[in-house]
Design a binder for this molecule. Structure first.
Ligand code: FE
Length: 249
């Protein structure tokens, strides 16, 4: 567990070591303001059984106000039913995916606590903080959001900025870090246009930390700016697919 930010009333905590086996490494982020908490992209069933007691040690479970699901991937949503059954939390999910999650065994009883987020995003009150749920569509999922916390100035970017295979939790040398991001972003991110739209949008935010759902975080304006610049110029997805679209011989 790593504390990314803390003041008297507000705290952001990252769990980065709960996974095991062949599971892709994932970070689970928790934002606490006063007596209320939001858990972001809480992972599948195996993570759930480990993360749940950790969160109860941070705050009483009746303080878990929100669960945020950035998109529909199994490393994010597979334990949705568990979270909603054991808490009174409300969940946020891209509107685009609302009809799909009953397939993950989400009970009708808890479906009404899942709030669809429209394409434009929304603002959510957590304690006295106004968290921004901002559009991040096609990064990589067609219905996808990120969370900006104006108190900690952390942008939680989900799959964007993900790194795989590195051992460290904080990026120190951006150039040396690219190798751990490149494969994932060139294949999973569908189009450079989405990257550019995102980069233009987040220029208006005051960001101290970019905290993805996999791998290391970018702390400090210099690394944040390096990442935004790098990602805006990346050829990815469809831009690189022409050679693949052939009938296998
Ligand atoms: Fe994903």
């Amino acid at each position: 567990m790593i504390t990314l930010f803390e003041n008297e009333t507000h705290k952001c905590v990252m769990f980065n070591d709960l996974g095991s086996g062949s599971m892709v490494q994932a970070n689970q982020h928790v934002i606490v303001d006063g007596k209320e908490a939001m858990v972001l992209d809480p992972g599948g069933h195996k993570i759930y059984s480990l993360l749940f007691p950790q969160i109860s040690s941070l705050i009483p479970m009746d303080g878990l106000k929100y669960v945020f699901f950035s998109h529909q991937d199994p490393d994010i949503i597979a334990a949705a039913n568990g979270w909603l059954m054991v808490s009174e939390a409300r969940a946020f999910l891209p509107e685009l995916w609302m009809r799909f999650i009953p397939h993950f065994g989400v009970d009708r009883l808890v479906m009404e606590r899942i709030q669809p987020v429209p394409d434009e995003g929304t603002t959510v009150e957590l304690g006295s903080a106004g968290l921004k749920i901002i559009p991040a569509h096609f990064l990589h999922s067609p219905g996808n959001f990120q969370v900006y916390d104006p108190v900690s100035k952390i942008l939680f970017t989900g799959d964007l900025g993900a790194s795989l295979g590195n051992e460290y939790a904080y990026v120190e040398d951006f150039d040396a870090h690219i190798q751990y991001m490149e494969g994932f972003h060139t294949r999973y991110m569908p189009s450079q246009k989405a990257l550019k739209l995102w980069a233009d949008m987040v220029k208006s935010l005051d960001i101290d930390i970019i905290a993805p759902q996999h791998g290391a975080v970018f702390s400090g304006k210099e690394l944040v700016d390096r990442f935004i610049g790098w990602i805006a110029g990346l050829e990815c997805g469809l831009d690189r697919m022409e050679a693949v679209f052939k009938i296998p011989g």
